[in-house]
Design a protein around this ligand. Sequence first.
Ligand code: SF4
Length: 404
Amino acid sequence: MSSPVSSATNPADAAAVTALNEEERTRILAKAALFSPPSPLTADGRRDIVGLSREELTEFLLEIGEKPFRTKQLWHWIYHQGVTDFSLMSSIAKPLQQKLADKFIIARPEVSTVQTSQDATRKFLFRFRDGQEAETVYIPDRREDRGAVCISSQVGCTLSCTFCHTGTQKLVRNLGAAEIVGQFMAARDSYAEWPSPKGDTPRLLSTIVLMGMGEPLYNYENIAKAMRIIMDGEGIGLSRRRITLSTSGVVPLMDRCGDELGINLAVSLHAVRNDLRDEIVPLNRKYPIEEVLAACRRYPAASNARRITFEYIMLRGVNDSEADARELVRLIADIPAKVNLIPFNPWPGSEYRPSTREQQNRFAEIIMNAGFASPIRTPRGRDILAACGQLKTASERARNTLAP
Ligand code: SF4
């Protein structure tokens, strides 16, 4: 049965929702802290300066007796030029280069493996300082010289969405800002895309989608810090319009993401009834469809020019009927939205089967006829297990197989 969709319209209800959200936000952020990334100090006591905010970088430079203007200089070398070696910073005198190298490092995650698919999708398995690993995927556009980098936000995931192989791996920890920024920088190293293209100069790695392993809003502070660094105009300078965060619907942090970062939002909807979504996306038991959609209506960065993307995985006989499509249209009628239909990528042990092509087309047509773009996503990188919901599992499986 469909559940009625409502949102808090009278001021008292709205205040209650805000208070509840505040309490929930505090709880989520406190829980996130339990899964913090390891210390940014190396074994020899040097500090990784990737992932520091400008203010933090200035503080550390002051601590070693350097003037605040050095922040701008270092920022330029690290994030615009992409150097990882202080001795290449030609605008900085040699003695200071040495002093900086004694105190700091400019780290990248180590590339554990890199695979390139027949369709040119490239998947990186990155290893971080504590040996934990996460995957990042570059998906080139088929028609133009540009593409999206799909970035992970956590090692593992707590949410156990039933269609997602990644979700079968329990959460190990959150990724730190350095590890999140580092995924993008290391992917750009792989394509030698330095210095950072400015203004309208075309970029190969032109878009970021926070859709890799993990729920980004359960690691909000690190994600926010990393995105601020990536958007900073004196460094990487990627526009907020080119970044999309995908959430399963962590309602209390959706507003904050819109207010503070103004990046695009994608919501993993996958079902139009609460009973079914409770099963497919178990987070729905906490934040049901009507609350998720109300948060989408409030999302500050949404407009007709910047639509919210609803991700919808097509599961044969489960959520792919024409009635489901019509209900979806009804639910999102007043939201500037588009719908991405995702063919299910089967994995061993999963109960689901992909919808037939005919059913996908019928579903897409109903949505399109209601005025919403409804592309059926072409699976990319299937041969290297880089497609949606397949991340990390193969590498983890390989390791488990090798274990005595
Ligand atoms: S779909 Fe995303 S949030 Fe859900 S289990 Fe997979 S990685 Fe986690």
